[in-house]
Design a binder for this molecule. Structure first.
Ligand code: TYM
Length: 324
C-alpha cells in the first residue's frame, strides 16, 4: 500500500502566498507519489469565533483553491473535517492520554491565547485534534510549513504515548517541509510570519489578489535603506522577497538578483508572483463557475475516506476497552 499523506488548511481569513508556498504547492508536487488526503479543517477554525455565513462560504472557497492550486481530486481526496465525525471522536480518545502540560507549552497556543479575552478550551485542545486528523488515516507524511513543526512533534509524542499504553496502533507521522518557502514572512514586517489573521492590507499577498494589487503590495514591502541587493548579505525584508520570488520561479537565483536596485528587484519579484498565480486564478474561476462542482468533490472525498477513518476509530476504541 502507498504511504498516506495528510495535511490541512483552516478556512479562516484569506489564503495567502505563504499557505501556497509552504503547503499547497508542495502538496500538488508530491500527491502522485502517495495516497493523499487534503482537508479543510473547519473544526480547527471554530477554536476562535467565525461568522457562520462567512465560514460556510470559506469552506467551499478553500476547496476550490486546493483544486486551482493543482490538487487533482481524482488522485487525492479533498475532504471537510466536520463531514467525517471520526476526527472529533478520535480527538477525544487522544485528549485522554495527553498531559495538559504538553499543550500549555505550545507556542501557537500561547500566541493565540494572548489575543483572546476568554480562551476557549478548543484552543488548548487544537493540537490534539490536529493529531487525530493525522493518526486517523495512519498518515506517514505530513507536508506543512515550518510553523506546524512543533504541532507535528506533539503528534508523534501523543501517538507514542497511546501506543505505549494501549499497544501499537498508530504509525509515526514524518514532517515534510518544502525546500524553499517553509516560512514566508509578512511584507509589512519581515520579523512576523505571514498570517491569514494579521490585519493590514500590506501584510500578505492573497492567492486571489489581482496583478495591480500584488505589484503595489510588493512595491511597498518593508526593506532596509540600502540602494541595491547584495546577494551575500540580504536584510530580512529583501531576503523574504527573494525567497518568495525563488519559490515562484526557478530562474530567480542569487546571481540573477545580485546588484539589482531595490525598485527593479521588487518589480522582478512581483512579475514572478503574478506569473505563478495567474493560472491558479484562472483555474479558480473555472472551478467555481459550476456551483455544484466543489460540493460534489467534497462528497466524493468524504465517501472515499470514511471507511479508513471509521476503521481506525474502531481499533482505538477496542484497544481502550470501549464499547464497539
Ligand atoms: P494554517 O491554516 O494556518 O496553514 C495552512 C498551511 O500553510 C502553512 N503556512 C505557511 N507556510 C509558510 N509560510 C507561512 N507564512 C505560512 N503560514 C501558513 C502552514 O504551515 C500549513 O501547512 N494547524 C494547521 C492545519 C491543520 C493541519 C492538520 C495541518 C489541522 N490539522 C493536520 C497538517 C496536518 C493550520 O492551522 O494551518
Amino acid at each position: 500500500m502507498k504511504t498516506r499523506v495528510f495535511s490541512g488548511v483552516q478556512p479562516s481569513g484569506q489564503l495567502h502566498i505563504g499557505n501556497y508556498l509552504g503547503a499547497l504547492k508542495n502538496w500538488a508536487e508530491i500527491q502522485s507519489l502517495y495516497q493523499s488526503i487534503f482537508c479543510i479543517v473547519d473544526l480547527h477554525a471554530v477554536t476562535v469565533y467565525q461568522d457562520p455565513a462567512v465560514l460556510s462560504a470559506k469552506i467551499r472557497e478553500t476547496a476550490a483553491l486546493f483544486i486551482a492550486a493543482g490538487i487533482d481530486p481524482e488522485q487525492s481526496s479533498i475532504i471537510v473535517q466536520s463531514s467525517v465525525p471520526a476526527h472529533a471522536e478520535l480527538a477525544w480518545l487522544l485528549t485522554c492520554v495527553t498531559p495538559v502540560g504538553w499543550l500549555n507549552r505550545m507556542t501557537q497556543f500561547k500566541a493565540k491565547a494572548e489575543k483572546q479575552e476568554t480562551v476557549g478550551d478548543g484552543l488548548l485542545q487544537y493540537p490534539v485534534l490536529m493529531t487525530a486528523d493525522i493518526l486517523l488515516y495512519q498518515a506517514g507524511v505530513v507536508p506543512v510549513g515550518e510553523d506546524q513543526s512543533q504541532h507535528l512533534e506533539l503528534a508523534r509524542d501523543i501517538a507514542q504515548r497511546f501506543n505505549s499504553i494501549y499497544g501499537d496502533l498508530f504509525i509515526m507521522p514524518a514532517t515534510h517541509l518544502p525546500a524553499v518557502g517553509a516560512r514566508i514572512m509578512g511584507l509589512d514586517d519581515p520579523a512576523q510570519k505571514m498570517s491569514k489573521s494579521a490585519p493590514g492590507s500590506g501584510h500578505a499577498i492573497a492567492l486571489l489578489d489581482d496583478p495591480k494589487t500584488i505589484q503595489k503590495k510588493i512595491a511597498r514591502a518593508t526593506t532596509d535603506s540600502l540602494p541595491a541587493v547584495n546577494a551575500e548579505s540580504m536584510g530580512p525584508g529583501i531576503a523574504n522577497l527573494f525567497t518568495i520570488g525563488q519559490a515562484c520561479e526557478d530562474s530567480i537565483t542569487r546571481e540573477s538578483v545580485d546588484g539589482m536596485r531595490y525598485g527593479d528587484f521588487k518589480k522582478r519579484i512581483a512579475e514572478a508572483v503574478i506569473a505563478r498565480l495567474e493560472p491558479i486564478q484562472r483555474r479558480y474561476l473555472e472551478v467555481t463557475s459550476d456551483p455544484a462542482y466543489v460540493p460534489a468533490i467534497l462528497t466524493q472525498g468524504r465517501d472515499r475516506v470514511l471507511p479508513i477513518a471509521e476503521d481506525t476509530v474502531c481499533k482505538a476504541k477496542r484497544a481502550m476497552g470501549l464499547y464497539v
